[in-house]
Design a protein around this ligand. Structure first.
Ligand code: MN
Length: 756
């Protein structure tokens, strides 16, 4: 295990004004905090944070990052707290360690390819300081290096995650060697046999090709040197993972790949890069489509080099990367190299200025890295990059977890209902509540980054229609609509069955689903449920079903059909149809319609379809202009694709359905005593145009325990005002009492019910 002084020395080598005291304190603190904990390998646990810190010294990172690396597992795995770390090491380091603790949640996440992108984003969203990502990468690298001690099943998951997320992240951050090492370690774990074979072949090949490589190198050096360019030329080792993924991706054989020799040419300046390429291209023939100039157009992670492939001296394919030393360091070390080249190495430490100087460098460097991370996150093409640079990182998204650690990405402002539907449509439809971070919260709670959401469900729930306007995501909205439609369909099927039972009883026969099933084809239906809901919606008259089941059955239906076909105007036809449907409905007579008469005392027959309110077993709505209240004699009108509309039988609105008798339904109220619903009605009031008259009217209605929904002024004369007041009342008695009280008020001149 590395000694305390060794770590400090390593840091001091690249950062002459490191705060040695701080490093020492962190070393001791972490060592004590982890105490006797051990790793899977049997090593003391503290060896892990220490190695992570050591990896970061190779990236030449600042004190805060090194300290955060030493402390990175303390909050999660020991008694240490954020407060304590803030107090002992300052809030900057506290925040870094906190970020790492949050990210640790990700280690629990099960991964599928589709998740990788989200996870990568989440990682970036949580790590609002890129140094957190650097520590995380070093942490992962050390864990990968010591993966052999971890149980096999866990190993696979960690390796997949590394390959999906951390290796690309390292590459994106410009730390090339780390990317390669992470890839190879993952590959070795996931495909041990392929790794073994490829490594073996590479080793064999290395010996064979040593001669070819030195020949090419000599030829290159000669040509380039002749032009007076100083160049460092090295053959590039092929990495097992990159060979394997090329074989997979391009479907080429190992032999094809191994015929390619890679060289890196490091020159002094950019001009020499282009001169070198010129020499190479005029000496050997270029392989078309392989020339890439990442100097004039750097990659998003600031990678710069010129790539080309030529047919070398022995007609082998020779891949060349030509770059300056600075470009090379940036390609290898990413952030650290950037600090050195963009800002210059800070010179001499001198007291107070020291700290300011360092943090200025850091913030510039990290701003750069931050930008880079954004590019990485937002997309791969420069066009996309330009599009997205102006947006703040993930401003418009939140990332939440399921209890099992799946990441759900949602638009900002989304709530737990959206979350539930994003998890699964059934979870959304059956949601009855939720726990957010372990606490019961309303489903409409807006979610924040990193929230863990546990949706509580119950079977056979139907999402409330009101949810449709509360959700943010299209998926949730569509699912809620679909569920509502499915429910209405079920309700219509229930209605259809009732209608058929009555129609059959009338002839008289017993209805059964089997009988309906036998004639589905004739009715043009594919299943019983569809057929029932078609009957319920009025698309198939019950008489057609009877005719299909009993082709020989003859009764007044024939005549009914004729008369209802006669534009349905005759009340005869209407009655006939009602009778055929087995519904005893007594039409109050055209003369009484539209009058204010109540239309007789007779209750609708007991075999009329019971209406149990808005939340009963049938899809119901009340007349849009004037409503309907229990006690009103009512009729139902089937509205294709919608709920049945209930009208008071006197409503003049019904006239519009006169020529569609097939849409009329015989219905009756069946409101339970404990039904908490109130029902809509509209009353018109003519009142004196006096100050306070409206208030007086509102008071009367309010005192009677009715709700006022809306008030519309319909006429305003100098002396009188007429208004229509939409109210919600318990029943007709309640409504009548209110109207009577209003009439008796001094300011009120007249009161009548609208359309009811
Ligand atoms: Mn760790």
């Amino acid at each position: 295990m590395m000694r305390q002084y060794e770590l400090v020395e390593r840091v001091a080598r690249y950062n002459p004004h490191t705060d040695e005291q701080l490093l020492n304190r962190a070393y001791v603190y972490a060592m004590k905090a982890h105490g006797s904990q051990t790793r899977a390998s049997g090593d003391p646990y503290f060896s892990h944070p220490l190695e992570v810190a050591a990896i970061l010294t190779t990236l030449r990172l600042d004190d805060a990052t090194i300290v955060a690396a030493l402390l990175h597992d303390t909050i999660e795995d020991t008694d240490a707290t954020r407060e304590e770390i803030d107090r002992l090491f300052g809030p900057e380091i506290g925040a870094l360690v906190d970020g790492l603790t949050k990210i640790k949640k990700l280690d629990l996440v099960s991964k599928r390819a589709a998740q990788a992108e989200n996870l990568r984003k989440l990682l970036l969203a949580i790590a609002d300081d890129v140094r957190v990502l650097l520590v995380k990468l070093a942490d992962r690298l050390h864990n990968m290096r010591t993966l052999e001690y971890v149980p096999v099943d866990k190993r696979t998951r960690i390796a997949e995650e590394t390959l999906d997320i951390y290796a690309p992240l390292a590459g994106g951050m410009g730390i090339h060697w780390m990317r390669e090492e992470l890839e190879d370690l993952s590959f070795q774990t996931l495909q041990p046999e392929a790794y073994r074979v490829i490594s073996m072949q590479l080793a064999e090949r290395r010996e064979e090709s040593a001669k070819v490589i030195s020949e090419i190198a000599i030829a290159l050096r000669e040509k380039i040197g002749a032009a007076g360019i100083t160049a460092e030329i090295s053959g590039r080792e092929k990495r097992p993972y990159s060979v394997w993924s090329k074989m997979e991706r391009k479907a080429v054989s190992f032999e094809q790949l191994s015929d390619i020799y890679g060289f890196r040419v490091i020159v002094e300046n950019i001009a020499d890069c282009y001169r070198t390429i010129g020499i190479v291209h005029t000496t050997w023939s270029m392989v078309p489509g392989r020339f890439k100039d990442y100097i004039s157009t750097p990659k998003q992670n600031d990678y710069r080099s010129i790539h080309t492939t030529v047919l070398g001296p022995g007609h082998q394919r020779v891949e060349l990367q030509v770059r300056t030393r600075e470009m090379h360091d940036i390609a290898e070390y990413g952030i650290a190299a950037h600090v050195i080249y963009k800002e210059g190495v800070p010179k001499v430490a001198n007291g107070d200025a020291r700290k300011g100087k360092l943090s200025a460098i850091d913030s510039n460097a990290y701003r750069w890295l931050r930008q880079l991370v954004e590019m990485l996150a937002e997309g791969d093409t420069p066009e996309e990059f330009l599009e997205h640079t102006k947006l703040q990182l993930f401003q418009d998204q939140v990332f939440c977890f399921t209890p099992k650690g799946r990441v759900i990405s949602l638009p900002r402002g989304a709530n737990a209902i959206d979350f539930a539907y994003a998890v699964h449509t059934d979870v959304g439809n059956n949601a009855i509540g939720c726990k957010i971070n372990g606490r019961l919260e309303p489903l409409i709670s807006q979610l924040n980054n990193g929230d863990e959401v546990d949706v509580l469900t119950a079977k056979n729930q139907v999402p409330p229609a009101a949810w449709e306007s509360l959700v943010m995501t299209g998926k949730a909205r569509q699912s809620i609509r679909r569920a509502a439609r499915a429910q209405i369909r079920t309700q219509y099927a229930g209605l259809g069955r009732k209608m058929l039972e009555r129609a059959f009883a009338r002839i008289p026969r017993a209805y059964s689903d089997e009988k309906l099933a036998a004639v589905l084809a004739r009715l043009g239906q594919s299943n019983v449920d569809d057929a029932l809901s078609a009957v319920g919606r009025g698309e198939i008259p019950a008489s057609d079903v009877i005719k299909a089941v009993y082709p020989d059955h003859r009764d007044e239906r024939a005549r009914d059909k004729t008369s209802s076909g006669d534009a349905g105007r005759g009340e005869e036809g209407w009655f006939g149809l009602r009778r055929a449907m087995g519904l005893k409905f007594r039409w109050p007579g055209r003369s009484s319609r539209g009058s204010k008469a109540t239309g007789g005392k007779g209750e609708a027959g007991s075999d009329a379809i019971p209406i149990r309110g808005l939340h009963g077993d049938l899809p119901v709505q009340f007349a849009p202009k004037g409503g309907a209240v229990p006690g009103d004699r009512i009729v139902g009108i089937m509205m294709p694709g919608e709920a049945i509309t209930i009208y008071p039988i006197q409503s003049p609105e019904l006239k519009q359905f006169d020529d569609q008798p097939e849409r009329w339904l015989d219905v009756r109220w069946a409101i339970d005593a404990d039904n908490p619903e109130r029902f809509p009605a509209v009353i018109a009031v003519r009142a004196l145009n006096e100050p306070g008259s409206l208030a007086g009217i509102a008071q009367i209605i309010g005192e009677q325990d009715a709700n006022i929904d809306t008030v519309i002024m319909t006429m305003r004369a100098p002396d009188f005002t007429e208004m229509e007041i939409a109210v919600e009342v318990w029943d007709l008695k309640h409504l009548n009492r209110i109207m009577a009280l209003l009439k008796s008020a001094a300011v009120v001149n007249a009161v009548w019910r609208v359309n009811g």
